[in-house]
Design a protein around this ligand. Structure first.
Ligand code: SF4
Length: 367
């Protein structure tokens, strides 16, 4: 049997957040229905054309966005029907939905449960109403906390996103503490990136928003990592912390080179060693445009080092050797091992978590 993970991109949002550079649109219900029909067509076509479909078992499904919780329940039923008709699911398939605090209610949560969704990822980002307003989110602190309380009545496996760079070390740990108290089992912390063509960039240029300095961001990240580790969370990837058994199986697929297929605009896939990328605008996606990147040993070596060292799974020395790279002969690798920055165990190399903050530098010197 071949494990498969499925990603489904739901690119709808009520309003664009100031920092957002994701592929997301504010669309009418009619346009949403049109998108879902195309998405279902893509699911069916993949299953029809994949030579390994009979051996595949879907271990994880992830609804990401955009704001999947904006999608109508009817459309969710349609997607689940297409999945169930075309794929074999395992008994304990992890099924995650990303939600925004202001777009969940009891009715939706009950339907998600009925559909088999068993993990909810909440886009909290901050617990300061002022900051949330500044970055253009539609929820405030109270809505975020109430939504988690509500979700926890129906789901045990809850994740929350926080953005580092929006808040200093003191506040970010204060917010993490609140989330833990509400029984959140998984916390993802992402850096604030200020992209071209976003309102945020204009605000920064007009001096209406002042991002934290790099130094403050590093301090906030380090403090948060220490705090979460001390409170029973395992840092299983550079940006992800989980209580034991609550690591995201879906994300681990990406970092451990297992097959995954992405459906929807801008979705990525990695199937039998080949990477695919769907068009990142609706017009081209509807025309079925997508790019594929041929297998390359050089790229695979680089990706294995990059993804493996940022994750508690580490990087297999043998796998790199099979691809033609003996990493142990790399002088920088020898030095990092000697200094205790890298650790060698059971045929794998690991980056010590206290050096995650400088992982880019270390990885750069290994590839
Ligand atoms: S909710 Fe997420 S995807 Fe939607 S606009 Fe905000 S940041 Fe972008």
């Amino acid at each position: 049997m071949k494990d498969l993970s499925v990603y489904i991109h739901i690119p709808f949002c009520e309003r664009k957040c100031n920092y957002c550079a994701f592929v997301s649109y504010c669309l009418s219900e009619e346009k949403q229905n049109e998108y879902i029909d195309k998405l279902i067509f893509e699911i069916k076509s993949f299953a029809k054309n994949d030579k390994n479909i009979k051996e595949r078992v879907v271990k994880t499904i992830y609804f990401g966005g955009g704001t999947p919780s904006l999608l109508s329940i009817q459309n969710f039923h349609k997607i689940f029907k297409a999945i169930n008709d075309n794929f074999k699911l395992s008994q304990n398939t992890e099924i995650t939905i990303e939600v925004n605090p202001n777009s969940v209610d009891v009715e939706k949560l009950l339907e998600y449960k009925k559909l088999g969704i068993n993990r909810v990822s909440v886009g909290v980002q901050s617990l300061s109403s002022r900051t949330l307003k500044q970055i253009g989110r539609l929820h405030d602190k109270k809505t975020a906390l109430n939504s988690i309380k509500l979700i926890s009545q129906y789901f045990d496996n809850i994740s929350a996103d926080l953005i580092i760079g929006l808040q200093g070390e003191k506040n970010i740990t204060k917010y993490a503490k609140k989330l833990i108290k509400l029984k959140v089992k998984h916390i993802s912390c992402y850096m604030l990136e200020i992209h071209e063509n976003t309102k945020m960039l204009n605000l920064v240029n007009e001096k209406k928003y002042k991002p934290l300095s790099d130094d403050m961001v590093v301090k906030a990240y380090t403090k948060l990592s220490k705090f979460l580790t001390k409170n029973g969370f395992l840092q299983y990837e550079i940006s992800n912390f989980a209580q034991k058994g609550y690591e995201s199986k879906h994300n681990l697929t990406y970092w451990t080179f297992k097959d995954y297929v992405g459906f929807g605009v801008s979705a990525h896939s990695y199937i039998d060693g080949v990477r695919y990328e769907n068009a990142s605008n609706l017009k081209d996606y509807y025309l079925g445009k997508r790019l594929s990147e041929p297998k390359s040993e050089k790229t695979e070596i680089e990706e294995r080092i990059m993804l493996g060292l940022r994750c508690y799974e580490g990087v297999s020395i043998k796998k790199l050797k099979d691809l033609g790279y003996n990493i142990l002969e790399n002088e920088n690798c020898k030095a990092f091992l000697q200094k205790g920055i890298l650790r060698k165990e059971n045929g794998k190399l690991f980056l010590e978590p206290s050096y995650y903050v400088v992982s880019d530098y270390i990885i750069e010197h290994l590839i």
